[in-house]
Design a protein around this ligand. Sequence first.
Ligand code: ZN
Length: 100
Amino acid sequence: MEPHLFSDDTSKTIVWRSSFDEPINQIGTPEDAWRVPIDVEQDIVLCPESRRAAGRRRKRRYQTVEDKIRLSQGGQVKKRHMCSRCFKEGHNRATCDMPI
Ligand SMILES: [Zn+2]
C-alpha cells in the first residue's frame, strides 16, 4: 500500500519544513497600543463548567473495533517468540545457553 496516495501535500515533511522556514516574529504593535473593542474588553470569560464523572475511574482503555473482531475470531493469536541471540524458539536472550 502506498500511504502517500491517501494524503495531500500538507502532511509531507517538505511542506511542513517550508511553512516554518521563515522566522515567526512577535506582533509589531505593543500591547498598550492594541485597540480592543469595548464589548470585547468588558466581556468576562470564565472557565468552562466541568465536573468529574460519577463513579470509579476507568483503568483499562476502551476496546477498539479491532480488539472486538480479534476476540470474536477465537481469542488471542499466540505470537511465537524466539531468542534474539541464536534465533531458536523456547527461550530468550537472557536464558540462552547456545554457544556462539
Ligand atoms: Zn538462544
